[in-house]
Design a protein around this ligand. Sequence first.
Ligand code: BG6
Length: 488
Amino acid sequence: MSFPKGFLWGGAVAANQCEGAYLEDGKGLSVPDMLLGGDVNTPRTFLPVTDPNAFYPSHEAIDFYHHYKEDIALFAEMGWNVFRLSINWGRIYPNGDDAEPNEAGLAFYDSVFDECKKHNIEPLVTICHYEIPWAIVTKYGGFSNRAVIDLFVKYCETIFRRYKDKVKYWLTFNEINIACMGEGGIGNLYGLGIMEEEDINATEPIKLSDLKSNRQRTFEALHNEFVASAKAVILGHEINPDFMIGNMICHITVYPLTPDPKDVLACTVEDNMKNNLCGDVQVRGAYPIWAKKYLAEKGVDTSYMTEEDAEILKKGTVDFYTFSYYMSNCVTTHANAETTQGNMSHGGKNPYLKASDWGWQIDPDGLEYTLEFLADRYPGVPLMVVENGFGAFDKVEEDGSIHDDYRISYFKSHIESMKKACENGVPLIGYTTWGPIDLVSAGTGQYAKRYGFIYVDRHDDGTGDFSRSRKDSFFWYKKVCESNGEVL
Ligand code: BG6
């Protein structure tokens, strides 16, 4: 068998993109609850006060909050043994700094995990998937404030103790490197919970691409997240030594656009800053040797890194490395090269690759390349692909069927690539596809950008009855899971 016995097969979602029920049972507002929808040509906007006339997709999302039993049964029907989901921090601590946790929120996830157990599905829990409580943004300035490290650790302690016998696999921050992806404020807001004062107080919608940012603040906040993540790992292992606690990196694999050595060097810098900086800190427990110089060149004063922090980073290294992989980009120093965008980043267009309708360059070979690169960089560390998927427009036929062969072909080629990596000795332990059930897109806020094996009747104009149905890819992925990746 190419995939090892016990390989984890499943899918991944985030609370804010699927649960809905945004104020139910005591939940507080979190960052995504302030975001309106967009599309491939229209950036999402942020509207600071929830406007009763505006359509905020996360408020109802796909109503997983009330459909989770039906959804988990469908996942089980596909033969999954793992389900990646996030806990919405604002369900547990509605304001982020409440003295006591919200029992109704805790009880909801108890029921979700019990349902998983009933179907022999192992939960893989992301502790923070772009879901920083809104009050932490406005009152504390997000992770730029060191006090938020303790708020996060307190939240972790609550859920680690509560679910210590129900959840074994944890990820601290989704795509912790999102703040390194560009110079814009989107990573600051999604990943770090930071907004500049004038944006917070805006009265008109602001394009996410126009949010202001301050590099010094970004990298200080990222450092605070590293410390928070490491403290969570240390604490989690004290609470249950069997916990497997991982990081999560948005891996935008990059290639030099030309063999010009200047392109190769520029590509290395980009790879280091966007992908390796965060991975190295969380896996190796220290900043890489080049980090201080790179940051200094960007004008960042790193005197915020204390010796005490360095000790914590060293002790709190992760047990496994996980990442999202959707696409790759090119890097060049040559003027006038064609560019493209995708997954909250920009890069050079690769003439050898096709792209999705959203411009994300499809590169299955890049997944094998990435897995083998990571296995070399972090010897012996188990790897897991926790997001991979294809956002597309789906057509529902008159009889209700959905023939999404484009999605099957995307997955097939990526799984083949993982298979080769396993055969080459990469310690890959699992795979969760992104958006196994249609949900709200993080980047555009659309429903029309569908990722699922399961179709959800819900649309960008707010219509739809939330009913679920199986696409062709559902039956295909079922065979993949049941055959441990042998039947593709
Ligand atoms: C990842 C995020 O970057 O990409 C998910 O972790 C997101 O939250 C996914 O949904 C796909 O991106 P998008 O913009 O198509 O939803």
